[in-house]
Design a protein. Structure first.
Lengths: 347, 291, 315
């Protein structure tokens, strides 16, 4: 994986100051329960940010809320700002959002097997991304679709453009989805577990093409995954999510080697990257006690306190955000929300 | 997705919380209520009807609903309510016979087709497809041509025409069950096909079959009404909602209630079984979300 | 693709042969002596013997079967037992009437049910969607002939806008033809439209949950645009199935509505033949209807292949 070195070493050292994506106090709720609470995040031009957490922590919801693709019955409040677009995206009409989606902000989904229309040729689906925004005429779009398919590494792109999705493998389909997302050179690309459904051998190739695609366009990347190794490969900065909140943030190297939030610490211990070779002794591996509660059943105060070894009565009040270091992207870019930070020792 | 081939650094996986509790939905309630109402009417008719249903009473014909005759009287000076109550029996009888024939033949055939595969399964399903080319009403008319019009003949015909839908749905359900690990385990443990069919397959397709039965019941009611209307179903002198409609048609202008009452009874019964089937399907398969 | 189509065609031909054997066996073999059935229990032995000879009912069954099939293929299945009228022209005539009725009803149902079904699906969480859905449930539950009777009572009897029944061929008087077609077509369409709308609703609901619709929206399509461009074709597969089934049931089911409106359609011929013990006519009409059903099924299969590319390569 050629991108591994840039990922870890270049953390937090990029210039390019204006944020491409700025999310402030994002809440998402159903009629009865709050699913996301007070999420802040900022991504600068060319920055690659990972969003990690267990299933049900609210990662995908964050992505969908940013793109305005939340399902019926879910409402988002707060602020979402995208460079080059006036005002709060959450207050835009569906039509206003549709003009930005697929143009300046694009998304790659988790499940390549179902993400493409089975009754439409692949080339036409890529070309549509351009014609719908008027960025190319019909015939131009068709030609550029073939180019894009070539860019994302599909062998024989001419032939692939005429194929139907079921004639392609999972990895190839995900490349097509990536081609659709990159078609209009977005300033922000959101990827929701783009490689989880793929074979391990294909994962690296798809990750590589995403990183290359983002780098060549100097676009911002929000990369959602539950795979810590993937984050370390792809991202410069990481956000840790639990119970619908961001509990810790910072450069990948810092968070992964010196976590502060008790949840992050537990997570890293449980999936100990360095001791991966010892995996065959499963029983000896540390785990986080308990399980993630269903949505709406998280404790108030610190959402992690019912599973936390360090929790006290104080944790019944919500821990404030403690900035850590002086990160160029602002104080939400690096810090944690914990009364009893893990204090730097490696566990 | 976390099993097999997960690279180092995977998160500790937590079991995904099972979504969709089974909840009683309005379709199930309303449908069940209507079905119970029909059953109750049929039961009541055995112990009590306001008047003997088919007897010509010493009163005026074409009465609109009044204190003595709650739903009025027909042109033969018979009490409408009494006929409606007794007619509920015919309606249920019709559904039970048709659905009974269809399920008793269709379900075993479907299981057979699923379990035996090969030429036997193929033959069963091919025969099924041929039968599918005969719409229920057509088959009923063919039967009537040979054996004369009667409720039993009509309903056996409707039942036979409904066999394919039961066989198909059972087969697809059974195929699902056959590929599960516990059936493989049962096979490995030396259980015979008959035991497996009884102990594993049948219980697992029961839900599908019950839903199908509810829908088929509604279709049978509609078919009986149509046949009675054509003069090929329930003969004169026997209470049947379809028959009542047929007799009332010519007096539509002077006595519309004679059409509306049995018409509403049929529609409500059909609605009831349809809703009940829909509601049951949602209840048994919470994954489908509520529609 | 062509191979699949050829295979389907083979199935069609095989089904035609098999079902003709079923019909023949059922109508000619099962009853023992058809002449006895045709003439009734009280007929004299002499009359039965005469009819048996006249129609060659004592020939080997294989010969009789081939004779009948040959007659149907040359559009001349024979003459009626009792009335001695030729069957072919009658059936053709009646089939024409029924087709007008069924096609008009189906078109009407389709034109109304598809938009309504899509609407019910898109608005399934809103009051209007739920109410429409409930109305369609009631529509499914009303027998077509009841709808016909009620329509007559309102539009023919009370308002007097259209005649309460009868039939005028379109060539003879197009306006009168339409005036008499509208009520029976509407009463069939009410029920079929309700059924169709419910299937459209559930097919669209399924499609609305599909990931590719979200992909389309992420591309920048508005929700209705995404549904239109990506959803409808995918929703069409189950809907086409239902359309085929409905067309098939309507051909037979129209008989009840034909009765209500005194329309001389194929179904009426069938019922009259049953009442008049014209077994050969019954047999022929049944076969014509079965052929129609099988051909419709074949067309539906061919449409699948056109709609869903996945099916073209499978198997």
């Amino acid at each position: 994986m050629s991108t591994a070195a840039t990922g870890a070493a270049g953390a937090g050292r990029r210039a390019g100051d204006e944020p491409v994506l700025d999310v402030r106090g994002l809440h998402v709720r159903t009629r009865h329960t709050e699913l996301l609470s007070d999420v802040d995040l900022t991504i600068r031009r060319g920055e690659r940010v990972g969003l990690i957490g267990e299933s049900g922590s609210g990662k995908s919801l964050t992505a969908l809320a940013v793109l305005g693709l939340l399902g019926e019955g879910l409402t988002a409040t707060g602020g979402v700002h995208l460079a080059g677009h006036e005002g709060n995206l959450l207050e835009r009409s569906e039509g206003g959002l549709a003009r930005i989606r697929g143009d300046d902000m694009a998304m790659v989904f988790q499940e390549p097997m179902t993400a493409l229309n089975p009754t439409m040729r692949v080339g036409a689906q890529v070309a549509e991304a351009m014609t719908v925004h008027g960025s190319a005429s019909r015939s131009q779009a068709r030609r550029r679709a073939v180019d894009l398919l070539d860019q994302v590494g599909l062998p024989d792109p001419e032939h692939a453009a005429r194929a139907y999705p079921h004639q392609l493998s999972g990895g190839q389909r995900q490349r097509v989805v990536a081609a659709i997302a990159l078609a209009n050179d977005p300033v922000l690309l959101v990827c929701d577990e783009p490689t989880t459904a793929l074979d391990v051998t294909v994962q690296a190739l798809v990750l590589d093409l995403i990183v290359t695609g983002v780098q060549s366009r100097d676009a911002a990347l929000l990369f959602i995954t539950h795979d810590l190794a993937v984050v370390a490969t792809v991202c410069e900065r990481v956000l840790v999510m639990y119970g619908g909140r961001i509990v810790e943030a910072g450069p990948v190297g810092q968070v992964f080697t010196d976590p502060r939030h008790q949840y992050t610490a537990g997570l890293l211990a449980a999936s100990d990257l360095t001791a991966a070779g010892a995996r065959r002794e499963r029983s000896a591996l540390p785990t986080i006690p308990g399980t993630v509660p269903p949505a709406g059943r998280f404790p108030d105060g610190c959402v992690f306190r019912n599973r936390c070894p360090a929790a006290t009565g104080q944790c019944a009040t919500r821990p404030p955000w403690t900035p850590r270091g002086d990160h160029g992207a602002g104080e939400t870019a690096s810090g944690y929300a914990c009364f009893y930070p893990a204090g730097g020792e490696l566990r | 997705m976390s099993e097999a081939g997960s690279p180092a650094g995977m998160m500790p996986s937590t079991p995904v919380v099972g979504t969709g509790r089974r909840h009683l939905n309005p379709s199930l309630f309303v449908g069940g209520g209507l079905v119970l109402l029909v059953v109750a009417m049929a039961l009541v008719s055995y112990v009590w009807t306001p008047y003997p249903p088919m007897r010509v009473l010493g009163t005026e014909a074409y009465q609109t609903p009044n204190a003595d005759f709650w739903l009025g009287t027909d042109r033969f000076r018979r009490d409408v309510l009494s006929q409606i109550l007794v007619g509920a029996r015919t309606t249920l009888y019709v559904g039970v016979v048709a659905v009974g024939v269809a399920a008793l033949v269709g379900v075993p055939l479907g299981i057979l087709a699923a379990m035996s595969g090969g030429w036997l399964g193929q033959t069963v399903m091919r025969a099924n497809d041929i039968l599918l080319a005969f719409p229920a009403l057509l088959l009923a008319i063919m039967f009537a041509a040979l054996y004369g019009g009667s409720t039993q003949v009509a309903m056996i015909a409707i039942g036979i025409a409904t066999i394919p839908s039961f066989a198909r749905i059972t087969r697809s359900g059974a195929l699902g069950v056959m590929s599960t690990d516990y059936v493989t385990a049962a096979r490995a443990a030396g259980h015979g096909p008959f035991a497996i069919a009884l102990r594993h397959v049948l219980p697992n397709v029961a839900g599908l079959v019950i839903v199908q039965a509810s829908v088929a019941f509604a279709i049978a009611i509609l078919a009986e009404a149509a046949l009675a209307y054509l003069g090929l179903g329930t003969p004169t002198g026997q209470a049947s909602w379809g028959r009542m409609l047929y007799e009332a048609q010519s007096t539509l202008r002077s006595a519309p209630h004679l059409v509306l009452v049995p018409g509403a009874a049929i529609a409500l019964a059909v609605l009831g079984f349809n809703l009940f089937g829909d509601g049951l399907r949602d209840y048994l398969d919470p994954k489908l979300e509520r529609r | 693709m062509l191979l699949r189509l050829a295979h389907r065609f083979g199935v069609l031909v095989a089904s035609l042969v098999a079902s003709s054997l079923v019909v023949f066996g059922f109508m000619q073999v099962l009853p023992g002596n058809p002449a006895r059935v045709a003439l009734g229990v009280n007929a004299s032995e002499a009359a039965v013997a005469q009819m048996t000879a006249e129609y060659g009912l004592d020939r080997p069954l294989v010969v009789q079967y081939l004779d009948w099939v040959g007659g149907m293929l040359t559009l001349d299945p024979g003459i009626e037992y009792v009335s001695k009228a030729p069957i072919g022209p009658q059936v053709a005539d009646r089939l024409g009437v029924t087709l007008w009725l069924v096609v008009a009803a189906m078109l009407l149902a389709f034109v109304v049910a598809v938009p309504v079904g899509v609407w019910m699906a898109v608005r399934h969480r809103h009051a209007d969607g739920v109410v429409l859905s409930g109305v369609s449930q009631v529509g499914v539950a009303v027998p077509a002939f009841l709808a016909g009777i009620l329509l007559i009572s309102v539009f023919a009897v009370r308002l007097g806008w259209v005649p309460s029944g009868g039939w005028v061929p379109p060539a003879q008087d197009p306006v009168e033809f339409l005036r008499r077609l509208v009520l029976p077509a509407v009463s069939l369409a009410l029920v079929q439209g309700s059924v169709l709308a419910r299937y459209v609703r559930s097919a669209v609901l399924d499609v609305l949950r599909e990931d590719y619709l979200r992909t389309a929206r992420a591309k920048g399509l508005r929700p209705m645009e995404a549904l239109w461009k990506h959803g409808l074709r995918n929703a069409a597969v189950p809907v086409v199935t239902v359309l085929g089934l409905q067309l098939a049931t309507l051909l037979v089911g129209a008989v009840v509505v034909e009765r209500v409106f005194v329309i001389p359609g194929l179904g009426s011929l069938l019922i009259d033949s049953v009442a008049g013990r014209e077994l050969l006519t019954v047999q022929t009409v049944v076969m014509v209807l079965v052929v129609a059903v099988l051909v419709i099924n074949f067309v539906v299969d061919a449409l699948y292949l056109a709609i869903d590319p996945r099916l073209r390569t499978a198997r």
